[in-house]
Design a protein around this ligand. Structure first.
Ligand code: F0G
Length: 466
């Protein structure tokens, strides 16, 4: 398949709509600055008659492109010729029915599912998008690729570089803003790692300048090709639900790439007649990084067919700068104040009749402990989806009899520090890591018991606590 002639980039602004080839690299429309989408001439492309047609590829898993949970849906993201496709086996993820977590979130008669994107090769959902962006970079013959990161994008990029040897990775991280699990990956995979004084928003601004000056390919989710890969998370959710559409998708919001990609996926599937209804979308911010919540729920900013309230948004960021407000949350993955996909996310909220909520660090960590106790666990940012679901059920926005899919974006082992601090008996450790963030209790802690190395005492302790 050589579909690049039928793919192009298009400006989101209704007043511009400029188009560009897929052989160009832009991170924003050169004419007006608005975000770009990857679009397709669907009428000229081969498409499945129905979604279940994709099941035919399950029998071809010896072919790396069919094995990939991203590229087996190639005909729904047909921007690359097959010979350029890069895969490291991403997208072998799992939708787990989480009955033991249902009482916690209050879904009495409903169904709760967890989509474990932490099962990707680098341990987070980023590999879905990286497979696509890396493929695009290869199409263009890039030699170096870069990102700013709170840790997972950098781990993913570094891994794709290490495995394929097609490019060299350059990553920008903020000081003290990246969990050890994620930093360990970038270092081990051999990425050129630049730690700047500042946070993610600072690193993001800087890496864009650096990429422009040095002609390096940028893989942050401002890159529209990243989002094409992340659409496939939704295809796999539908696949796991036997091609039925759930009532709700609940996802943590940071840079808003996932939510934007999910909205685009459903918009396209509906347009192509492959689904007949679109699920509702709930995006969950951490309270310490709640730009979307503030602008969408408090200020009432809406997509408005691409004519969103620009002065309100610009005023919000001006005030943020004037007050030097910095994002701060234990969920370091989503510690972001200036989401680069804000515009696309507004569209996704419109398409999916979405809502936005914020949850605090206490709620995030309690939800995270419950996820761990009822399944395979996740990192703090991912648990925002569970905490947010609980809130929305309490508010009656999510009906207690509805079917809800929470996206668990990253693996439990990405951030052991917060997990250990939550379960610790050491008050100093608790205060050092969590207390200073306003976390006062660990309601679902599973504490280790300290016992002298004496057989009878060990046995007594097991009998007492077991
Ligand atoms: N969950 C995890 C585990 C993440 O790493 C991120 C983003 C998000 C959620 C937010 O996703 O941007 O699509 O809203 N991490 C980025 C990084 C920023 O650099 O790894 P989003």
């Amino acid at each position: 398949m050589s579909p690049t002639n039928h793919a192009f980039q298009r400006c989101l602004s209704p007043d511009c709509r400029a188009t560009y080839g897929v052989d160009e690299v832009h991170f924003g429309c050169p004419k007006c600055g608005e975000s770009l989408d990857v679009e397709y001439d669907w009428d000229r492309l081969p498409l499945p008659g129905k979604l279940s047609d994709f099941e035919a590829y399950w029998t071809q898993r010896h072919d790396p492109i069919r094995f990939s949970g991203v590229w087996r849906f190639q005909s729904l993201l047909p921007f690359a010729a097959t010979e350029h496709i890069v895969t490291v086996g991403e997208g072998q993820t799992l939708l787990q029915k989480a009955d033991s977590l249902r009482p916690f979130v209050g879904l009495d008669g409903g169904e709760l599912y967890l989509q474990y994107e932490g099962m990707n090769p680098s341990g987070s959902f980023k590999d879905n998008g990286m497979a696509a962006a890396f493929t695009h970079a290869r199409m263009l013959g890039a030699k170096r690729a870069a990102c700013a990161s709170t840790g997972n994008t950098s781990a993913s990029l570094s891994m794709y570089c290490a495995v394929t040897k097609l490019m060299r990775a350059l990553i920008f991280i903020g000081t003290g803003k990246i969990s050890y699990g994620k930093l360990a990956q970038a270092l081990d995979y051999g990425a050129l790692t630049v730690q700047i004084s500042g946070d993610f928003d600072d690193a993001m601004a800087r890496v864009r300048e650096v990429c422009q000056q040095l002609d390096i390919y940028l893989v942050n989710s401002i890159n529209p090709f990243r989002l094409e890969g992340q659409k496939t998370i939704m295809y796999r959710v539908l696949e796991s639900l036997r091609w039925t559409v759930p009532d709700w998708i609940v996802v943590p919001g940071g840079n808003l790439g996932n939510s934007s990609a999910f909205g685009k996926a459903f918009m396209e599937l509906k347009h192509l007649g492959l689904i007949d209804r679109i699920p509702r979308l709930a995006i969950i911010n951490a309270r310490g990084a709640n730009t979307l919540y503030q602008l969408f729920e408090q200020e009432g900013v809406r997509w408005n067919e691409g004519r969103w309230q620009r002065p309100t948004v610009e005023g919000y960021f001006e005030e943020m700068d004037a007050q030097q407000r910095k994002a701060s949350t234990i969920a370091s993955a989503i510690e972001i104040n200036r989401p680069v996909n804000f515009t696309k996310c507004l569209r996704a909220l419109e398409v999916c009749d979405g809502v936005v909520r914020e949850v605090n660090d206490q709620e995030i960590l309690d939800a995270k402990a419950k996820v761990g106790a009822g399944g395979m666990g996740c990192e703090p940012a991912s648990a925002a989806s569970i905490a947010g679901t609980k809130k929305l059920v309490e508010e009656g926005i999510i009906g207690s009899d509805e079917q809800v899919v929470c996206i668990l974006t990253g693996h439990l082992l990405k951030d052991p520090t917060s997990t250990i601090a939550y379960h610790t008996t050491d008050q100093d450790e608790f205060n050092e890591v969590l207390g200073k963030r306003g976390v006062t209790r660990a309601s679902f802690a599973n504490r280790a018991i300290a016992v002298p190395n004496e057989l009878d005492q060990i046995i007594r302790a097991i009998q007492l606590y077991g």
